[in-house]
Design a protein around this ligand. Structure first.
Ligand SMILES: *Cc1c(COP(=O)(O)O)cnc(C)c1O
Length: 503
């Protein structure tokens, strides 16, 4: 990766001097100086995000650097850092930039970065044992229990993201339905478990059914109403049909903010349906659930406290750096019944480092686990819930203002109601493009050209089969002028592209 003149610096500049005592440097002062430069670089990077392009294609020369051979000999840390600065830092995915509205991604903060740095320095393994880092994760679990109004017996754990949290919840629900015996014996023959979610549920839900061996075809994707919330009558009817046909309904999944449009299911009514039919009630709150920390948004999530389990992401709306997903369950025993094992090498002691009855490795599939809790703890403590909640409300206000702009622009059309912070719209009448591959559609070209321009980045989706521009306003850095740039860019490129098509 480094150029020849860089390596001429010689062995004296190599930070990992071969001391024969492991990988720590013989002289810490060089490492310390380089570390301070790295920190300054990253703080500068975050402080000046709005001034740089949101995204830019990596030139061939930069890409070629990543074809370099596997190194056998040491490279001075300063050279490795220089490569990072030149070839990685300028070519990121752009989600920290205020104009980023693509997909649903958080913007991160310097505070979260620092928490993550400290966690890496500590290098704790949060699979288990008795040490304070575990108490930090458990404290966050208790905070979330209280934030969501879950019962005292609730428990939870950090996972990579909501995809994994939804999957782990599904496994817990399966074990709850079949008993722990099913962990050994597998699924009894002829038993067909069915789960229910709306058509708008995230793609990780059918995949969780698939990964669990239940089959994505056993997920009933229920139609939605005009507000894209699950249709309760259709849901009841589907459960009854399945029962009559000998299926075993076991799981109902509500969405607290669908990924495509931000719609929030009637969470309280879903709780009633779950009780009526004896189903485990899970809520996928990846996008929106943490909105409950804002008094203004909280009423939208009424009923979430009645869920048996809840998946959500700190790395989206709460701006914690990637990755930081969380699963909360109303009764910790459900996770332990589904995941604990009695491996000899994980034997517990009454006291000392191996102390504690339950470790996080008893609650989920991972044994070794990083200290995701620390960056989250720094974020929650440093900003406080009020400030994090205000940032969420700010993104909803921007979404509302974007929807108003769209309504006022004859060339633009709003394609779905705006419940939270996601706005789906089109340039022109998208129905003319139904059936056109999104990437070849007019709206697809608009999104692509906006990405190449590097000022604002919405994403592309389908709404009722029509290509749609989707602005998911999640980043705390997004400002009204970013919305102005989005609208102006879509109108400018849209009229050029439409003109080209008719020319
Ligand atoms: C983002 C998202 C997911 C997936 O979460 P990851 O953290 O990306 O794994 C699931 N459901 C919804 C509604 C989402 O918005």
């Amino acid at each position: 990766m480094s150029s020849p003149q860089k390596t001429e610096k010689g062995i004296a500049d190599m930070i990992p001097a071969p001391s024969g005592l492991g990988l720590d440097p013989a002289d810490w002062s060089g490492l310390r100086a380089e570390a301070h430069r790295m920190l300054d670089d990253m703080l500068d990077h975050i402080a000046t995000l709005p001034e740089r392009p949101l995204w830019q294609p990596a030139p061939a020369e930069v890409r070629a650097r990543f074809d370099a051979e596997l190194p056998l000999q040491p490279t001075p840390l300063a050279d490795v850092h220089a490569d990072f600065r030149d070839a990685i830092l300028p070519y990121g995915g752009g989600n920290g930039h205020p104009g980023f509205m693509g997909w649903v991604q958080g913007g991160g903060t310097a505070v979260g970065m620092l928490g993550d740095m400290l966690a890496a320095g500590l290098n704790s393994n949060l699979g288990g044992r008795d040490h304070v880092p575990l108490h930090v994760e458990r404290q966050i679990g208790r905070w979330m229990r209280d934030v969501f109004g879950f019962p005292a017996a609730a428990d939870g754990l950090f996972l990579t993201g909501a995809s994994q949290a939804n999957f782990v919840a599904l496994i817990a629900a399966r074990t709850r339905a079949l008993g722990a015996d099913a962990r050994r014996k597998g699924l009894p023959a002829r038993l067909r478990l069915t789960a229910y979610a709306s058509r708008e549920a995230h793609g990780c839900i059918p995949r969780a059914m698939d990964m669990a061996g239940l089959g994505s075809g056993q997920l009933r994707q229920i139609p939605t109403d005009d507000n894209r919330r699950i249709d309760l009558d259709a849901l009841r009817a589907a459960i009854q049909v399945d029962r009559a046909e000998g299926h075993l309904p076991f799981l109902l999944i509500g969405s607290a903010g669908t990924v495509n449009t931000g719609a929030i299911d009637d969470l309280a009514s879903l709780a009633e349906v779950a009780v009526e039919f004896g189903l485990h009630y899970h809520v996928d709150g990846a996008l929106g659930a943490l909105g409950v920390i804002s008094p203004e948004l909280k009423p939208l999530f009424a009923g979430i406290e009645a869920a048996d389990s809840l998946a959500f992401d700190f790395h989206k709306w709460a701006q914690v750096p990637y990755d930081a997903g969380f699963l909360l369950v109303a009764d910790g025993r459900w996770l332990r019944a589904a995941f604990s094992s009695d491996a000899a090498y994980l034997t517990r002691a009454d006291e000392g480092l191996a102390g504690g009855d339950w470790w996080p490795c008893d609650l989920g599939p991972d044994l070794s686990r990083g200290f995701r809790a620390l960056k989250t703890w720094f974020t929650i403590r440093t900003y406080g819930l009020d400030q994090l909640g205000s940032a969420m409300v700010g993104t909803c206000r921007l979404a509302k203002s974007l929807a108003d702009r769209i309504d006022a622009e004859p060339a633009l059309k709003l394609l779905a109601p705006v419940a939270l912070n996601v706005v789906c719209f089109s340039y022109g009448d998208a129905s003319a493009e139904a059936g056109v591959a999104p990437r070849h559609s007019l709206n697809g070209r608009i999104v692509e050209r906006l990405h190449l321009e590097g000022e604002v980045a919405p994403s592309l989706t389908l709404v009722d089969g029509r290509p749609a521009i989707r602005a998911a306003i999640v980043n705390h850095r997004t400002r009204p002028d970013d919305i102005d740039r989005l609208v102006a860019g879509v109108l400018r490129i849209g009229s050029q592209e439409a003109g080209r098509a008719t020319a």
